[in-house]
Ligand binder design. Structure first.
Ligand code: TXA
Ligand code: MG
Length: 319
């Protein structure tokens, strides 16, 4: 994939691509991000496919202004204080997701919270303003690899799995943003990063450190068992529904809904959360899900389904 200089014309092209659901890698002050329209399950599913991420970790949504943030999440006084002091900059805030927010369920992994930040890199800001949509963006590297701080790193790791790579030179900060949860009375650092604890504490007082192995309380979903589960029991690897169950199909095994009639696991991933929610209704006794192959995003789908099945007492017919 060719690397494009961040000229006005290429920024406009990149903004258009993002609006059209494509993947655009762009520089932030922390690391290069792999961006997609945070409102679209389908666009966001492409991020997981391109990175080869085995799981649907919730992603950070990038926006250009506090006003745009307030459309997505509920900002309390602490959030406003931190935003005023540190945005744009390497700080991600985890806040309650607004009901009816535009964010796709895949962007937030079906959680009731969402992670948001305003990056300070001029190219990132210009792109966000032009696109005028929230952009979900994890680091632009294949899963389990080091984060990219140069456009060339993105190219060597992801190559033509990205529709466009914008070059903004080397990233200033070089480590990911600090993730702070404001979901509880005491703010907590879920991921240490480009903004120090001391700087944060100078504004909102003592923070709990929630990223160590022995930390108590909620952590980032990537490290914990926090996950989306429907209120109905979920049964995996089902060939047919039992009485009362609704069937969620895949490929030729058709159901009330079908994750992907053509049997495409990336498409199925894009539909998973929305379809589970649509089927999570009291007129059914459970959700039976057709077998999903474990390659590509199928691994992630099965991971989420396993968690959903375990947490609500559903069971796998093969056990
Ligand atoms: O510097 C950065 O933050 C880069 C650049 C591109 O902005 N992005 C980045 O995104 O590192 P990602 O997706 O790799 O990291 C997201 C982090 C993960 O640790 C994830 O668990 C946490 O944010 N996170 C996202 N949503 C969350 C939520 N609702 N609750 C708790 N943690 C959340
Ligand atoms: Mg990363």
């Amino acid at each position: 994939m060719a690397i494009y200089p961040a000229t006005k014309a290429f920024l406009e092209e990149a903004a258009q691509k993002l609006q059209d659901g494509a993947l655009v890698a762009f520089p932030t002050e922390t690391v290069y991000g792999l961006g997609a329209d945070a409102r679209s399950d389908h666009a966001v599913a492409k991020i997981f496919a391109a990175k080869g991420r085995p799981r649907f970790n919730p992603l950070i949504s990038h926006i250009a202004s506090v006003e745009a943030a307030e459309d997505l999440v509920e900002m309390d006084e602490r959030a406003h204080l931190l935003a005023e002091k540190f945005w744009p900059g390497p700080l991600t805030l985890v806040l309650p997701r607004r009901k009816n927010t535009a964010l796709s369920l895949l962007t937030t992994s079906g959680l009731d919270s969402a992670a948001i930040r305003i990056p300070s890199h001029p190219v990132a800001l210009a792109l966000l303003r032009l696109a005028a949509i929230p952009i979900a963006a994890p680091s632009a590297n294949p899963s389990m690899r080091v984060s990219p701080t140069l456009a060339a790193h993105v190219d060597s790791g992801l190559g033509d799995r990205v529709d466009m790579i914008l070059d903004g030179g080397p990233c200033d900060v070089g480590v990911e943003s600090t993730v702070v949860s404001l979901l509880e009375d005491q703010a907590a650092i879920l991921r240490p990063g480009g903004l120090s604890k001391e700087e944060l504490e100078s504004v909102i007082g003592p923070l709990r450190l929630a990223f160590k192995a022995d930390a108590e309380g909620p952590r980032s979903p990537g490290q914990s068992f926090l996950h989306y589960a429907p209120s109905l029991p979920v049964r995996m690897n089902a060939e047919t529904p039992l009485q009362g169950e609704v069937f969620l199909g895949f490929g030729a095994k058709d159901g009330f809904l079908n994750l992907s009639p053509s049997g495409d696991v990336t498409e199925a991933a894009a539909h998973l959360f929305a379809m589970l929610r649509a089927l999570d209704r009291p007129d059914f006794s459970g959700i039976a899900v057709a077998p999903i192959p474990s390659y590509g995003l199928g691994l992630a789908i099965n991971d989420r389904l396993e968690r959903a099945a375990c947490s609500r007492g559903g069971h796998d017919v093969r056990l």
